[in-house]
Design a protein around this ligand. Structure first.
Ligand SMILES: NC(=O)c1ccc[n+]([C@@H]2O[C@H](COP(=O)([O-])OP(=O)(O)OC[C@H]3O[C@@H](n4cnc5c(N)ncnc54)[C@H](O)[C@@H]3O)[C@@H](O)[C@H]2O)c1
Length: 392
């Protein structure tokens, strides 16, 4: 599949939030003398070919949203739902080849049909490019989903996690510090709970013992976000996602690999002899929850113990299904949907993996009314249907 030129920098989209002055705190240090490269083009080159000012002036009441990792699984679905609502979305992604780049491009093919969508090929670990992005755009809401995901991959590829999840996230925080969006929402992960035994996992539980570098970077993001919220009064919400699945999903995840292998008749690797439990959460439920949270920036707790800003507006939620499913049952459901038995290769636990995840979502439900509605049977049915259609 080929993709058209969607490398756009929407410099002309400037939305001012009530009570906020344009250019407030734009102290970027030495002004960007070196022009960042965005998708092989400089920002200037890109701007000259697009002027959407008039068109978007009319849409002032809508949100101008930055989604990092916009070509990714969750980023794609979230972008699409926001675009359908009429919001303006700028998606950025480095389109790395951790998994099939064609799938990422196919997601972008759908998004680029929307007039209110812009895409920038960009690495969040590129400090200058991120600076320039925030300097040239005024985002009401920033959703940071770009990250090196996956637990097992972090064993052999630690650098990817340091670059995207630590350096990249620090750059996004800096961008927010200088542009002050109404809300920064970022992806954390259920993996921060490590090998915790107490179930369900609650955001009140201690998460100081990650068992993979991936988990350590996600926990670090929460700490970094706390510091920035505390120091600069940025309203920040971290979301601990629990095994998100569904159409357009990630080929590195078990449900995707299982479907592919069962259809082909090749063996599947079943870790911990199928005794794993996962709180699988369907993508549409996640998207509904994230959109609710985006519209509810946490308010200051006014504890008075702060430094510069005198405020802290920081929140972390679990966002899961609240109903763990045994891996063996999961496989049986897939077998029924596909109409074929899996060839199982039973294996022990892998380093960095955890035996079970189970989200306590009471707080999220109380604050936002979030309610996952999709059963594992329905969710997998929709995934298998999509998979057959997409891969033929
Ligand atoms: N899907 C899940 O089950 C799950 C569970 C827990 C946490 N999360 C987190 O949610 C977020 C989204 O996950 P996803 O499942 O959509 O993953 P994904 O890999 O499909 O999406 C992430 C996207 O970010 C991009 N990206 C990675 N590093 C980047 C960088 N340095 N600069 C720019 N783009 C970069 C990738 O190309 C990819 O398109 C991630 O932060 C992930 O860690 C996901």
């Amino acid at each position: 599949m080929t993709m058209g030129p969607v490398w756009i920098l929407s410099d002309s989209l400037r939305f001012l939030t009530p009570g906020r002055t344009e250019g407030a705190d734009s102290s970027w240090g030495p002004d960007g003398l070196d022009r960042p490269v965005v998708g092989g083009l400089t920002v200037d080159t890109l701007n000259s070919s697009f002027d959407r000012t008039e068109k978007y002036k009319k849409r002032k009441t809508y949100m101008n949203i930055l989604i990092t990792g916009g070509a990714g699984f969750i980023g794609f679905h979230l972008s699409k739902a926001l675009l359908d609502k009429g919001d303006t979305v700028t998606g950025i992604d480095n389109l790395n080849d951790y998994y099939d780049v064609e799938l990422k491009k196919a997601r972008l093919e759908i998004l680029k049909k929307y007039d209110n969508f812009s895409f920038i090929l960009m690495d969040i670990a590129n400090r200058n490019a991120v600076k320039e992005l925030f300097k040239n755009n005024e985002f009401n809401i920033v959703v940071n989903l770009a990250a090196q995901a996956g637990v097992r991959y972090s064993i052999d590829n630690p650098d990817a996690y340091v670059d995207s999840n630590l350096v990249g996230f620090a750059n996004i925080l800096e961008g927010c510090r200088h542009s002050m969006p109404d809300h920064l929402v970022y992806a954390s992960s259920s993996s921060v709970y490590g090998a915790n035994k107490k179930m369900p996992f609650s955001t009140d539980d201690n998460v100081d013992h990650p068992v993979s570098l991936y988990a350590a970077t996600k926990k670090s993001n929460e700490l970094m976000a706390h510091a920035y919220s505390h120091l600069y009064a940025i309203p920040v919400t971290g979301l601990r996602f629990f095994t998100v699945y569904g159409p357009w999903g990630r080929p590195d995840m078990a449900y995707f690999k299982f479907t592919k292998s069962i259809l082909k008749g090749t063996p599947i690797d079943v870790y911990n002899h199928g005794k794993m439990k996962r709180d699988f959460t369907y993508i549409d439920d996640i998207v509904k929850g994230v959109i609710k949270i985006m519209g509810m920036p946490p308010v200051s707790d006014n504890t008075g113990d702060n430094l510069a800003a005198g405020k802290k507006a920081f929140k972390i939620y679990n966002i899961g299904n609240n109903m763990p499913v045994k891996l063996n049952y999961f496989i049986e459901t897939l077998e029924k949907l596909i109409g074929k038995k899996a060839v199982k290769n039973m294996l022990p636990m892998q380093p960095g993996d955890v035996p079970a995840t189970y989200a306590d979502i009471d707080e999220l439900q109380a604050d936002t009314g979030f309610k996952p509605e999709t059963s594992i049977e329905d969710g997998l049915e929709r995934f298998v249907k999509w998979y057959r259609k997409f891969y033929g």
